[in-house]
Design a protein around this ligand. Structure first.
Ligand SMILES: [Fe+2]
Length: 214
């Protein structure tokens, strides 16, 4: 198998066991920061240590516990924009920007690393997952052994089920990097299809999934 170009750092930060991720091209040292929300100095320290330049600031969705340090990075580098799905802008703090709005299903790049956007509404209308070289960053759509809440403003449990089915269609070996450390830090899509009750019920029927999810 071809050696991967991508490198991934998972940082557990803040009081809600959130994960921020740094994803970069190991040769070109160009990076994306996914869900910058807590302790931006810790993220910066890692970037400095690895000599990485941030090219993209990506949100899996716009809840504050995933987004509240974005302004810090935007203030430090005027060339940066915050990338978020257009249907989640209603959740952002007023006036934050500049923004790059996603419609879903775009392909982004950091250096030679391609990042595929997968629109996965349900937890929020503009939730997305990012897929980079066999690793999926799933935000609050899919956790290890659980899925995101579907009872919040803008949530849609039927859409969440369809989004979980989209993720289930990825290759079993796809590495899973969730938005919170709830029952574990990483897994694979294959393992989640095997034991995650929400993935199993989503595959079974909409009625079964809705009974468990709301
Ligand atoms: Fe969330």
């Amino acid at each position: 198998m071809r050696e991967k170009t991508v490198r991934i750092k998972q940082l557990k930060l803040g009081p809600m066991d959130n994960f921020s991720y740094i994803v970069w091209d190991k040769g070109l040292k160009e990076a994306a920061v996914i869900d910058p929300a807590w302790q931006p100095e810790t993220v910066e320290e890692f970037l400095r240590k690895e000599k990485l330049s941030v090219r993209l600031l990506l949100l899996t969705h716009a809840h504050p516990d995933h987004a509240n340090a974005a302004r810090y990075f935007l203030g430090k580098d005027k060339g940066l924009a915050l990338t978020v799905h257009k249907e989640d802008t209603f959740l952002l703090e007023p006036g934050i920007g500049p923004l790059t709005l996603l419609a879903g299903d775009e392909e982004l790049e950091i250096g030679r690393v391609k990042i595929e956007v997968i629109h996965t509404p349900g937890h929020t209308p503009g939730s997305v997952c990012y897929l980079a070289e066999g690793a999926v960053f799933s935000g609050d759509t899919l956790f290890v052994g659980a899925c995101g809440r579907a009872d919040l403003p803008g949530s849609d449990p039927r859409a969440l089920r369809r989004s979980l089915l989209k993720l289930a269609a990825l290759p079993d070996g796809t590495e899973l990097y969730p938005g919170h450390s709830y029952n574990g830090d990483t897994s694979t899509i294959g393992a989640q299809k095997e034991y995650n009750i929400y993935m199993k019920l989503a595959a079974k029927s909409e009625a079964e999934f809705l009974k468990a999810a709301v």
